[in-house]
Design a protein around this ligand. Structure first.
Ligand SMILES: *[C@@H]1O[C@H](CO)[C@@H](O)[C@H](O)[C@H]1NC(C)=O
Length: 217
């Protein structure tokens, strides 16, 4: 009986872990959860201590790319894709900043659809919230970093999270981080930003199949 109880607890914990990380998600705790760097480009490097992946000037030059590709995903209903990221640039203005792009690649298409893009540097992690339309086709998510100008440029991804349903508003005042736990640093706050923030805008037309701005912010 006791053993059974222990087993049940273990199973419940395993289930909880599985639920913590739905397909298309990764917290970069120990690995990249099936998000693999595309061989033709530079790799995203896993920082196991900080639990993020990054590219920076220690191994990349201006204009070089690192591309992360998810495993096959399916979305039978609308999903919310959240990305926690940070772009850093050296002080002062740069004419060619680093850029982070997110694409969707459908199984039967030979091109990638750009869903979201940002060049906005920040002192803190930012959260981009992107609504993903349901589709009967399998797809992969591509996350591309293009290193910009400057000797201290970097791009880092802290978490990718895909959850069922539309994106809901994240609220920092009430310490509600859209289900994210601020594991990074208690002294550093996250900002709600990216796809739906006022200072960043989607480069897609509103009538595109995928709408990254869904009126939730
Ligand atoms: C998306 O979901 C709606 C509602 O369930 C359904 O009517 C529609 O056919 C779906 N679209 C695709 C492309 O699967």
């Amino acid at each position: 009986m006791l053993l059974e109880g222990v087993l049940l607890v273990v199973q419940a914990l395993q289930l909880a872990n599985a639920l913590d990380l739905p397909a298309g998600s990764c917290a970069f705790e120990e690995d990249t959860c099936g998000f693999d760097s595309v061989f033709a480009f530079l790799p995203w490097i896993l920082n196991e201590e900080g639990h993020y992946v990054y590219m920076d000037t220690s191994f990349a030059r201006q204009g070089e790319k690192a591309v992360l590709l998810s495993s096959d995903l399916q979305a039978e209903e609308w999903n919310c894709l959240r990305l926690v990221y940070q772009i850093t640039t050296p002080p002062g203005s740069v004419s060619d900043p680093s850029q982070l792009n997110l694409y969707v690649r459908f199984e039967d298409e030979s091109f990638d659809r750009l869903l979201w893009s940002t060049k906005e540097p920040s002192d803190s992690w930012l959260i981009a919230s992107l609504d993903l339309q349901n589709s009967s086709k399998k797809f992969k998510i591509l996350i591309e970093g293009v290193l910009g100008q400057g000797n201290t440029a970097s791009i880092a991804l802290f978490e990718i999270k895909m959850t069922a349903g539309y994106c809901i508003e994240c609220d920092f005042e009430e310490n509600h981080l859209c289900g994210f736990v601020n594991r990074w640093n208690p002294n550093v706050n996250w900002f709600v930003g990216g796809g739906t923030a006022k200072n960043t805008h989607s480069i897609l037309p509103q009538d595109h199949t995928f709408r990254s701005e869904h009126g939730y912010f």
